[in-house]
Design a protein around this ligand. Structure first.
Ligand SMILES: N[C@@H](CCC(=O)N[C@@H](CS)C(=O)NCC(=O)O)C(=O)O
Length: 383
């Protein structure tokens, strides 16, 4: 028998069925529809499912158009290991968690993940959009607390054994992790932290699930493609420093000479353009301050560039143009965490190796030293 599952990459409901197939060790073929091209809303898919939704499972001559119906069918067709329990009491517990996850957890995840992951929403601080997102995220936190409480009873959501509940919840938690990794500024503001260590039992459960055979293969195909596209990998590093968030903000606006190089002016306001010249005074980058939120965020965009480096091709001179340096600052006990991403500085640039080493030296070593001890190791003009 060939089992075909029609999916959309990253859609949580088909993903539930993929997890169930993995848990039962059933081979399958995946037909990934392009949602951006409306393939799920046009023929031939609509003949298969007039509602235009995924998953659709085709097997043994039948067509199943609903994720939970697919789980139920799989469990009857391939009873081992059972997904809906062996006893009436197990079944009741598993169905209850599964349906709570389908209703409440899914709704809460959707309200946060659709804007963050699909629309890349990064609302203005204090805006109505931000307030709505914070409200939604509180509901998602409540659902994560619910999962955390379920996991006090055993390694899996319904107790000692894997069940449909694990298959339904796994995609939600992986999508939250994805949002934290790829949109950490927003998710951090929503209290989801980085790394996602807020809910330790959920985190352990996710790790346990991820290690099960076949689960890795259920991850959305477009995630895997992006991982292999070097241009998607920006330079990114996180530091924990002893200084307070306000001091970190100061170092990243008015204190560059203490850890990087001396600019022609300090950064005071959004819109300021500041030139950073590097010894011996020929290479420079001019940055414009795009977003400044005291104690929280510094975002600059490179608007002029002349990067000269012996032995490197001429292309490197202007490679930083249009790239953005984003420093997110958040408080931690006795200090601050600074998450740095240089958006656009990726391994596909000729200057990447030089610049990676440069940021490791100036951001990771020198800024940290400055914010821990008051003494950094900035560029110095040759004496
Ligand atoms: N009750 C159905 C709902 C299926 C559903 O809404 N799937 C979403 C993807 S997670 C979908 O196809 N959305 C596209 C749309 O509704 O246009 C199930 O659980 O299978």
């Amino acid at each position: 028998m060939t089992l075909t599952i029609h999916t959309i990459s990253g859609a949580p409901r088909p993903w539930r069925v993929l997890v169930a197939l993995a848990l039962k060790g059933i081979p399958y073929e995946q037909h990934v529809l392009k949602a951006s091209a409306g393939e799920h809303k046009s023929e031939p898919f609509l003949s298969l499912n007039p509602r235009g939704t995924v998953p659709v499972v085709e097997a043994d001559g039948i067509v199943i158009r609903d994720s939970i119906a697919a789980l139920a069918w799989l469990d009857r067709r391939y009873p081992e290991p059972p997904l809906f329990g062996a006893t009436p009491d197990d079944a009741a517990r598993i169905w209850q968690i599964t349906m709570e996850a389908c209703d409440y957890m899914r709704e809460a995840s959707h309200a946060v993940l659709a804007p963050v992951l699909l629309r890349h929403l990064d609302p203005e601080i204090g805006s109505e959009e931000e307030k709505a997102l914070i409200e939604s995220s509180e509901k998602l936190h409540a659902e994560c607390c619910w999962l955390e409480s379920l996991l006090t009873d055993g390694p899996y959501l319904a107790g000692g054994a894997l069940s449909a509940a694990d298959a339904v919840v796994f995609p939600e938690i992986r999508l939250i992790q994805r949002a934290v990794e790829n949109h950490h500024e927003v998710m951090d503001r929503l209290g989801f932290g980085y790394p996602p260590d807020l809910y330790p039992r959920v985190s352990d459960w996710k790790a346990r699930m991820s290690e099960l055979p076949g689960i890795e293969d259920t991850l959305p195909p477009h995630w895997k493609e992006q991982e292999t596209v070097p241009s998607m990998r920006n330079y990114k590093k996180t530091l924990i420093v002893d200084a307070k968030p306000d001091q970190a903000f100061e170092a990243l606006t008015k204190g560059f000479e203490h850890w990087w190089t001396t600019p022609d002016e300090p950064i005071r306001n959004e819109g300021d353009r500041v030139r950073f010249t590097f010894p011996p005074g020929r290479s420079y980058w001019t940055f414009e301050a795009k977003k400044l939120v005291p104690g929280k965020l510094v975002e600059l965009e490179c608007v002029e560039a002349l990067h000269l480096h012996e032995g490197k091709p001429r292309e490197i001179e202007t490679e930083w143009l249009g790239t953005r340096t984003i420093w997110n600052i958040s408080p931690v006990v006795n200090g601050a965490r600074i998450r740095f991403e240089h958006v656009g500085l990726s391994p596909s640039l000729h200057c990447y190796e030089v610049c990676e080493a440069g940021w490791d030296r100036f951001f990771v070593d020198s800024l940290k030293a400055y914010l821990d001890s008051g003494t950094g190791r900035p560029h110095r003009p040759p004496v």
